[in-house]
Design a protein around this ligand. Structure first.
Ligand SMILES: [Zn+2]
Length: 241
């Protein structure tokens, strides 16, 4: 099974024991049906402290600071403990937002949480309309809590998801050139199949949303839609668009 980490997020692992249930240690990307957005009710540092707390049984996949920095604590396939409900934890990705009740998400947080929603939908293969109570959840819609304290601007977020997904459809042909450095085997996905790229050679690769503009990871040909290798390959412009 793959461990899917988003290349644009800082990897900051949470404690290994804070995941899964008896008989349900993990899940596939296809098991993911959406996400739960949370309010940290505290600072980013407090979030990390809670995650790393030795006995507190709480965990989640992503933490978003007010500046829009995103840390990923577990792969998407992990079953984390954030929704106060086992069935929900098995199905959903947990996202924490720094800040407290009365503080709207910052613009950077909105952009980051939309970026996560887009990637979660892409990796999980969720093609249904982005909808509250179906694939987009607040913690308090699942279990008794004030979280996320009315801090999530859903209309704005859903609008941005729809706009971006529409843009991607229009940009299906967008591609970049990658160059194999020779440090490891490189396979470039050209939109229909993988091609092996010999060291030093250039290849056109499909440009995926959520991939940083200056780095593209194309090291795992077995999983073309979920590149998660750690090979950092130089990317050359212009895009063939
Ligand atoms: Zn919560």
């Amino acid at each position: 099974m793959t461990d899917t980490y988003l290349s644009w997020c800082e990897r900051r692992d949470g404690p290994n024991w804070k995941q899964g249930y008896t008989g349900i240690p993990t899940r596939t990307l296809g098991n993911i049906k959406g996400e739960v957005k949370h309010s940290a009710e505290g600072s980013y540092a407090a979030l990390l402290a809670a995650l790393n707390h030795a006995t507190r049984q709480a965990s989640w996949h992503f933490s978003i600071s007010k500046s829009g920095h995103v840390a990923q604590h577990y792969p998407l396939e992990s079953v984390c403990w954030h929704a106060g409900d086992m069935a929900a934890n098995i199905k959903y990705v947990g996202i924490e937002h720094e800040g407290v009740a009365g503080e709207p998400l910052t613009t950077a947080q909105v952009l980051a949480t939309v970026h996560l929603s887009l990637d979660i939908r892409k990796f999980a293969g969720i093609t249904a309309h982005p909808s509250r109570h179906i694939n987009l959840w607040e913690h308090n819609w699942i279990s008794a809590t004030a979280c996320p304290s009315n801090r999530i601007p859903w209309a704005l977020i859903i609008n941005k998801i729809i706009t971006e997904e529409h843009k991607v459809e229009e940009d299906e042909e967008m591609s970049v050139l990658v160059r194999a450095t020779g440090e490891r085997e490189v396979y470039a996905f050209n939109g229909s199949q993988f091609e092996h790229i010999p060291g030093g050679a250039f290849a056109k690769a499909v440009y995926g949303i959520g991939w940083p503009n200056d780095v593209i990871n194309v090291s795992d040909k077995s999983d073309p839609l979920h590149p998660h290798g750690d090979a950092k390959l130089p990317v050359y412009y212009p895009r063939g668009h």
